[in-house]
Design a protein around this ligand. Structure first.
Ligand code: KDG
Length: 316
């Protein structure tokens, strides 16, 4: 499905890396096989929104290498429109997921100097942003480089000028940048967003007192705060909506936040009311973490009801 002008309902920008995941528990040095996929927070959201019946475009840069082609083919295979120049002089980024213990995973990044870190304002197809219904950005992209931060700022100002809803997932990655630089950048971005998604810990990154009400007073329409198994709540001028997490067996927690955002934004695109958006967001997150992979388990619209199926259900 295309947006009203043949563009996409949702446009997003950021890095997708090839992801290599250990398929057994223990230090990586003992790994004998690694599963190959591609992942990046913003593109995970794009895939989630497509599975829930909307169109999405992803803007970036990729290396002119086999990994770049893997990323391109993976996203296209999931129905996402890819607008990413192939850069012959920088590689596609890489991340490696280790299952250090049964309960603790670690992610290693090999993304410094990657093609996506060279993303800049000149890479942005402005008409695509202007014709979208939602521009979704995260706090990961501005952490990649000064030019990537410029690209995010430019995309947000173009979207705002065109009346496009701006969504920000704070997604604070401590390993990617200095906390004070992150606070300056993310506080400014949050105040230009209509919708801010933050984990309970990340709220303090965008507001010194971690106060959603203050973000509302400064122009944000909705602040959505997620707190893992404790659930989530959203704050708007109309009040607070609380949504408990659906109890599921967690197989792979990575990507939960992106799934939540995808469920919420698809609900926004479908004009669902706030409690229904929050419920759909929580359902998408619960179903996603019940499967391996950052995005592979994201539900289709028809699968959203799986979250209320009893343990051990076999659908025939
Ligand atoms: O939310 C999941 C993402 O974190 C993952 O897919 C990769 O974008 C990524 C990152 O920076 O870790």
């Amino acid at each position: 499905m295309s947006g009203p002008t043949g563009g996409s309902d949702l446009v997003t920008l950021g890095e997708v890396m090839v992801s290599l995941s250990a398929n057994r528990i223990g230090p990586l040095r003992g790994a004998r096989q690694l599963d190959v996929s591609a992942a990046g927070s913003e593109a995970n959201v794009a895939i989630g929104v497509v599975r829930l019946g909307h169109s999405a475009s992803w803007l970036s840069r990729l290396g002119a290498d086999e990994f770049g082609e893997l990323v391109r083919a993976t996203l296209r295979g999931q129905g996402v429109t890819v607008c990413a120049a192939a850069d012959p002089s920088a590689p596609t980024g890489l991340m490696v997921k280790e299952r250090r213990t049964g309960d603790v995973g670690r992610v290693l990044y090999y993304r410094s100097g990657s093609a996506a870190s060279r993303l800049g304002p000149a890479d942005l197809p402005l008409a695509l942003i202007e014709s979208a219904r939602i521009l979704h950005v995260t706090g990961i992209t501005p952490a990649l480089s000064h030019s990537a931060a410029d690209a995010v700022r430019h995309a947000v100002s173009v979207a705002r000028a065109a009346g496009v809803t701006v969504s920000l997932d704070v997604n604070y990655r401590a390993r990617l940048w200095d906390p004070s630089a992150a606070a300056v950048e993310l506080r400014s971005l949050a105040r230009q967003a209509d919708l801010v998604f933050a984990s309970a810990d990340e709220l303090a990154v965008v507001d010194a007192d971690g106060d959603p009400e203050r973000l509302l007073a400064e122009g944000v329409h909705t602040v959505v705060v997620t707190d893992g198994a404790k659930g989530a709540y959203s704050v708007t001028a109309a009040g607070v909506v609380r949504q408990p997490a659906f109890p599921v067996r967690v197989v792979d927690p990575v990507g939960a936040g992106d799934a939540f955002v995808a469920g919420y934004l698809a609900g926004l695109l479908d004009d669902l009311d706030e409690p229904a958006r929050m419920r759909q967001a929580a359902a998408a997150a619960a179903i996603c973490v019940s499967a391996e992979g950052d995005w592979e388990g994201l539900p289709t619209t028809a699968e959203l009801t799986l979250v209320s199926s009893a343990d051990g259900t076999v659908v025939r």
